[in-house]
Design a protein around this ligand. Structure first.
Ligand code: CP3
Length: 347
């Protein structure tokens, strides 16, 4: 089989024969085989075993026929190397033993040592680079989203402590953003040296900010991250997370190639708001997947019809897959996106 580069071509806004598709959180609990592995190992235990982590990354590629793989890891993994103890707790998410609340907490954070502390992740990437026939996307959590876990100590709905630091102690906040920005930059460079073929920065929760606060407290670090990664010859994706539609016009200058959209903004509107400077990725509401197959296809059709108008579109969900999603529906959806978009492109 030949290497499938549709995903990379679409990131670079080149023409494709059919739309590339992958799904945020495509390795996960909707797959019985994954649930079986999780009976024996936690997420972090899987990540520490490169052969197993590579296998879990490959499973959705084989089963769903998607055009890209995403490394099996978590956005929290690199913070272990800067001095944060955490666990991923079942039905909760990341939980931190020593949340970051004071200047001393921030000063104590070490520079990341990817080769020293996270060699298992680089080894997983090297294995996948040998085995995959589609591009491997590696990823990092963006500074705001990581900070929200580090400051709150666990998932939050209000971000009360995070915003408390941001508004109340802006100097501390900027120091934390700076350190997390450095962490992301070194981490991603190591991914690409090890064989990563594209990179996504997940800012899942930054849609909690107003556009003005985003520009003041977050965008400078996002801009710096993509500027310093510009030398890497791989497509770079920024996913500003859920409810981020109002932030899109502020992103026009960042040196990313692709912007991820959630379902609240249509594909043409997402393109318009980002000034036509990027490829776009998205944006099926993942919960549409609870509907009968005909309804799912109707929703996918609308997105494809809007997406194929210009080169530079990658089909995805607007946010991550959930445990109740169905493997069979996802497989059928992937096939539908490929065949329907091939016809639409040929027209
Ligand atoms: O296919 C893949 O996408 C797998 C790799 C992956 C994981 N997490 C593994 C994981 C990726 C890309 C992530 C990113 C991630 N992690 C994000 C950004 C994407 C998003 O959803 O917004 C965030 C915010 C996290 C933090 C995190 N990790 C949360 C909030 C949770 C709990 C939520 C849940 O679904 O239970 C996790 C746990 C986690 N990370 C799981 C997986 C497969 C689910 C639990 C498990 O299978 O052990």
């Amino acid at each position: 089989m030949t290497y499938n580069d549709r995903f990379i071509r679409a990131c670079n806004r080149q023409e494709v024969d059919q739309l590339p598709v992958w799904y945020m959180r495509q390795a996960g609990r909707y797959d019985p085989e994954y649930r079986k592995i999780k009976e024996n190992y936690s997420l972090l235990e899987i990540c520490r075993q490169p052969e197993l982590a590579a296998e879990v990354t490959l499973m959705p590629v084989r089963k769903l026929g998607v055009d890209a793989a995403i490394l099996y890891s978590d956005i929290m993994n690199p913070v272990a190397s800067i001095g944060i103890d955490f666990d991923i707790v079942k039905n909760i998410g990341p939980v931190i033993d020593n949340p970051i609340r004071t200047a001393q907490d921030i000063d104590r954070l070490r520079p990341i040592d990817v080769e020293g502390d996270l060699s298992h992740i680089l080894e997983t990437i090297r294995i996948l680079d040998r085995e995959l026939e589609v591009p491997l996307i590696t990823f990092a959590g963006a500074p705001f989203t990581i900070a929200s876990y580090l400051i709150e100590g666990r998932p939050s709905k209000s971000y009360i402590r995070t915003k408390g630091m941001m508004y109340g102690e802006p100097e501390l906040w900027h120091r934390l953003m700076e350190k997390l920005g450095d962490m992301v930059i070194e981490y991603v460079k190591a991914h690409v040296r090890s064989g990563g073929k594209a990179f996504q920065l997940f800012d899942s929760w930054v849609g909690a900010l107003s556009p003005r606060d985003f520009q003041t407290f977050v965008l400078p670090t996002i801009t710096r991250i993509f500027a310093e990664l510009d030398e890497l010859d791989v497509p770079k994706i920024y996913f500003p997370g859920v409810s981020s539609g109002e932030l899109l016009p502020t992103l026009q200058q960042i040196q990313a190639d692709v912007i991820g959209l959630d379902w609240r903004v249509s594909i043409p509107e997402g393109r318009r708001r980002t000034g036509g400077n990027f490829a776009v990725q998205g944006n099926l509401d993942p919960y549409v997947l609870t509907a009968p197959m005909e309804v799912i296809k109707e929703h996918a059709k609308l997105i494809i019809d809007e997406g194929v108008i210009d080169p530079g579109f990658i089909f995805n969900l607007g946010h991550g897959l959930f445990p109740e999603a169905s493997l069979d529906k996802l497989r059928e959806l992937t096939e539908f996106i490929h065949t329907y978009s091939a016809e639409a492109i040929a027209r």
